[in-house]
Write a protein that binds this ligand. Structure first.
Ligand SMILES: [Zn+2]
Length: 283
């Protein structure tokens, strides 16, 4: 036993001191010169003899480690967010559509922001948003703001539009379509722009229905934008459309985006700027 004790006692104890270390005569442990806290701890037997002195981090090394851990965690988070955005957006321009870049044209954006804040609750209810209003009022912008903000919180979002979904599903066999719908429903929020654009053929209408219906059945929320008015959604022209719109209205809280035409305003600004440049007219 004694020889074992001596063996253990020698383990770590008689280590060579590094340049920034000293041996504290009072407790017989190695200390850091820099922060003057121990780099060893002593495990004592009941009779008080030191038997084992495993290394520990002194205060300054521990602080260094904490900083490194925090940096690693921040890097992991940034990588995860980048991955979510690469996966979630088909259109890279949407990366720029953020609440921070909002120019304040739409006061309704406050409610979209609130939706992001309340997302865990909304998600639990399977409640999404319906952004409706005329062409060019900024619905896509607001939808992408929500998508970006949620992905920043590491919520998986997939943003696409109905034309793209229809084109994609058109060339698929039935089983592939089901797999595609399952894939879309993997995401915690599904954002689909422009409901009501691609509704010409009965096949297209049926596919739109299957996307919306499977989303509702998954219990997960969706954010839909449309140029149709709430009146058109409530009084659809036929039963196939009624089946779609009923589900959208039951699962998406409607927000009217009522802004004056943003594209028109941007075009006017562009013309004014061109005039200033070409004709030297003061702004
Ligand atoms: Zn130290």
């Amino acid at each position: 036993m004694n020889s074992m004790r001596e063996l253990l006692g020698n383990l770590f104890r008689d280590r060579t001191l590094a340049e920034d270390e000293y041996l504290n005569e009072q407790d017989g442990l190695v200390y850091c010169r820099n922060c003057r806290t121990p780099r060893q701890t002593a495990i004592r037997t009941s009779d008080g003899g030191i038997v084992f002195c495993p290394p520990v981090l002194c205060d300054c090394k521990r602080a260094e480690h904490d900083v490194e851990d925090a940096m690693r965690a921040a890097k992991r988070k940034a990588d995860e967010i980048e991955h979510l955005k690469r996966d979630g957006f088909r259109d890279r321009r949407l990366l720029e559509y953020t609440f921070d870049n909002d120019k304040g044209y739409n006061p309704e954006i406050a409610r979209a922001k609130r939706y992001v804040e309340l997302f865990p609750d909304m998600e639990a209810r399977g409640m999404g948003l319906l952004l409706w209003g005329n062409v060019g009022t900024g619905k896509t912008f607001i939808a992408a703001c929500v998508a970006n903000a949620l992905m920043e919180q590491r919520v998986s979002v997939y943003m696409t539009n109905f034309s793209r979904v229809m084109n994609y599903m058109m060339g698929m066999a039935g089983t592939d379509r089901n797999a595609y719908l399952d894939e879309l429903n993997r995401y915690r929020l599904l954002v689909i722009d422009d409901l009501g654009v691609e509704h010409d053929s009965s096949f297209a209408v049926e596919q739109v229905f299957s996307v919306i219906d499977s989303r509702c059945q998954s219990g997960k929320p969706m954010l839909i934008t449309t140029n149709l008015s709430i009146g058109q959604l409530r009084e659809p022209r036929d039963i196939p459309h009624a089946r779609i719109f009923d589900r959208v209205l039951a699962h998406c809280y409607p927000i009217r985006i009522n802004n004056t035409q943003i594209r028109q305003r941007a075009a006017e600004q562009n013309i004014a700027e061109a005039k200033r440049l070409l004709e030297g007219v003061a702004k």
